[in-house]
Design a binder for this molecule. Structure first.
Ligand code: GLA
Length: 388
């Protein structure tokens, strides 16, 4: 078990387990979404950033067609042959790894004549906190394989490979925000993603220059995107688009909401209103952060949370309490982040208030009888890369 993983400790663990050196170490980060929730699978706008918490993959080629993977956190290795790549054969967390190979093949990479790999993974991305620990694994493995097989796939193609791994191999019907942030992140920048236009533009957010910290408040309420509410929300959005006569909700603007209120039932209308107004908030946030600075985006974060709580109905009492408490303690803005139904909230706070906000959230959770949250600071960081 490795406590604080790094490229060096990951390479050392590889050597311990496989009794030979790794050919290299690659890594990819988790992400926090600043704003733009459930907009990605509606062809919309999203504004996440990669964080400093990463998954590292130490990798060496094998001479046969086996892919063998171990995780620093799991006792057993999983393995599969390149000839048996089928999601039905993937178990548990190994689906994130084998799914990447499967998705590469599905998207046209020939596996003929190729040999497999030994892989060792370490990570400090918390699991189930809505910080995309799964995308971090997929993207770390994808960049490693892209290099070692000399595939020359672009980052954009790798986004689609990793999204297909998540959708087709893991079975979670997600969009591609997580993979885009993990592959395209840059230090000090959030990534303005336009899913429809297939663009991802790094935008400087100046949190540090302006004396701000971004706190993650992990409620430790766990969620699963492969089942339940996430898929239902996605289905509502598709229904809303169909009834409004558009291919995706991206085609609607706030001017269409009056007609939507007439055409749609109340629940579908509110789901649609969240997506339409959230796209507008993302565009506005990216503009305000550049033109007026990050202190001015607080109201947009708060409005996003209200829309998720009331219209999209994906918050939960713990997330609402985290947001309310952070705001009462003086946060510039706060909102739940990620898929919802648990996971984490974010709070943008003056550095000098970070400890106070964190203490107040702890106390509020204790007073409400909730389990202790996990509060920590994240900084916009570099995306997937080769480390060694
Ligand atoms: C999860 C999914 C993303 C996105 C968010 C909600 O994190 O993986 O694709 O849909 O939920 O914004």
């Amino acid at each position: 078990m490795i406590d604080i993983p790094s490229p060096q400790t990951t390479a050392a663990a590889f050597e311990d387990h496989y009794a030979r050196p790794a050919a290299g170490v690659w890594s990819a980060p988790g992400r926090v979404n600043l704003i733009g929730e459930h907009t990605d699978y509606n062809d919309g706008l999203v504004f996440p950033f990669a964080i400093e918490r990463r998954t590292w993959a130490a990798v060496a080629p094998r001479e046969d067609r086996i892919i063998r993977v171990r995780s620093g956190a799991m006792p057993d290795a999983a393995e599969i042959s390149l000839d048996e790549l089928d999601p039905a054969n993937f178990e548990d967390w190994s689906a994130y790894v084998f799914g990447v190979f499967w998705a590469m093949r599905e998207r046209g990479v020939s596996l003929d004549g190729r040999t497999g790999f030994d892989i060792l993974l370490t990570s400090d991305v918390p699991l189930g906190a809505g910080l995309s620990s799964s995308a971090a694994i997929e993207c770390a493995v994808a960049v490693a394989v892209n290099d070692l097989w000399e595939l020359g796939l672009s980052r954009r193609e790798l986004i689609y490979v990793c999204q297909l791994a998540e959708n087709g191999a893991v079975g979670a019907p997600t969009g591609n925000m997580d993979q885009t942030a993990s592959l395209m992140g840059e230090d000090g920048h959030a990534v303005l993603i336009d899913v429809e236009a297939e663009t991802a533009v790094p935008v400087p957010v100046h949190f540090g220059d302006e004396g701000l910290s971004l706190l993650v408040i992990d409620t430790r309420v766990h969620h699963s995107h492969a089942t339940g509410g996430y898929g239902e929300r996605r289905a509502s959005c598709e229904l809303g688009a169909r009834l409004m006569g558009v291919p995706t909700l991206r085609k609607l603007t706030e001017a269409d909401l009056e007609r939507a209120a007439e055409v749609l039932d109340d629940v579908t209308f509110r789901r649609v209103r969240h997506i339409v107004t959230e796209n507008a908030r993302v565009a506005r946030t990216a503009q305000v952060v550049q033109e007026e600075g990050p202190h001015r985006i607080g109201d947009l974060l708060v409005a996003s949370h209200a829309s998720m709580r009331d219209d999209f109905e994906i918050s939960c009492p713990e997330l609402d309490l985290a947001v309310e408490t952070a705001l009462a303690a003086g946060a510039v803005g706060a909102r739940m982040t990620g898929g919802g139904f648990g996971g984490a909230a974010i709070a943008l706070v003056d550095e000098s208030k970070a400890a106070e906000v964190s203490d107040d959230v702890d106390k509020a959770f204790a007073a409400a009888g909730y389990g202790a949250p996990h509060v920590f600071i994240v900084t916009p960081s570099q995306g997937a890369r080769r480390d060694a």
